[in-house]
Design a protein around this ligand. Structure first.
Ligand code: PGA
Length: 261
């Protein structure tokens, strides 16, 4: 069975104190147990180290992730952070190709693929974010769009190592909008992505984790987690509340236990 995964994306929010407090609160509540689920938090890069200290102090099994990474390895790239640097400060995961980066910072599938490669070289787990815009959704182009976003990266990285990637399917129209995709719709997209990968490699398709993201909260999480091809969630807004985030992790945990029994 694929291990479930919940990732909190704090985006560009908070200051040192707020991030430390949030990490401490999540650590304290989370300790009471979501053991069957892997949980990752992605604070702003500047606060990774202080958040990491809180996680260690709280003896939490939570992992740390970054929200972005340079596709370059090191050297004269002013303002960039390399995958090795992220790994050095304790990151295990990194988000790549989030729709905000695609839309606001002109990142395309080639850049995403280069970043996935850079992350993997440094031993980080890349979380490749894909998803259709509202217009593409209305035109019925979802499958075409997400298939291209994934397969463009596969064609550069190769299918062999692709099981080490996590895919986050996040419809752009659902991000931060309060308009979550229906569980059936999300399941359909996830299943089609898995089938697409299976055409290249069955084993990779079975192993790869595909998360849903876009307005996930404690009210809608369970119905999403009940879907066979949804392996967890990428949570934005709701991850800024320790209580909400930990509840979402606990709901995923409960779902995992139900499947196992
Ligand atoms: P949201 O964000 O949960 O606030 O919709 C998700 C994301 O952008 O990863």
């Amino acid at each position: 069975m694929r291990q479930k995964l919940i990732i909190g994306n704090w985006k560009m929010n908070g200051d040192v104190q707020q991030c430390d407090q949030l990490a401490t609160r999540i650590t304290k509540t989370y300790l009471s147990g979501s053991d069957n689920v892997e949980v990752v938090i992605c604070p702003p890069a500047l606060y990774l180290q202080s958040v990491q200290k809180r996680l260690i102090a709280g003896k939490a099994t939570l992992k740390l992730g970054a929200q972005n990474v340079s596709d370059y390895q090191g050297g004269a790239y002013t303002g960039e952070l390399s995958a090795d640097m992220l790994s050095d400060v304790g990151c295990d995961y990194v988000l790549i190709g989030h729709s905000e980066r695609r839309m606001l910072f002109n990142e395309d599938n080639v850049i995403a693929a280069r970043k996935v490669a850079a992350a993997m070289r440094a031993g980080l787990t890349p979380v490749l974010c894909v998803g259709e815009t509202a217009q593409e959704f209305e035109l019925g182009q979802t499958h075409k769009v997400v298939a291209k976003q994934v397969m463009d990266v596969v064609s550069i990285i190769g299918i062999r190592n692709f099981d080490k990637v996590v895919i986050a399917y996040e419809p752009v129209w659902a991000i931060g909008s309060g308009k979550v995709a229906t569980p059936e719709y999300a399941q359909d997209v996830h299943a089609q992505l898995r089938q697409l990968l299976a055409q290249r490699d069955h084993w990779v398709a079975e192993k790869i984790r595909i998360l849903y993201g876009g307005s996930v909260n404690q009210q809608n999480a369970t119905s999403l987690f009940q879907q066979a091809d949804i392996d967890g969630a990428l949570v934005g807004g709701a991850s800024l509340s320790a209580d909400q985030f930990v509840t979402i992790c606990a709901l995923q945990n409960r779902q995992t236990l139900q499947i196992a029994s």
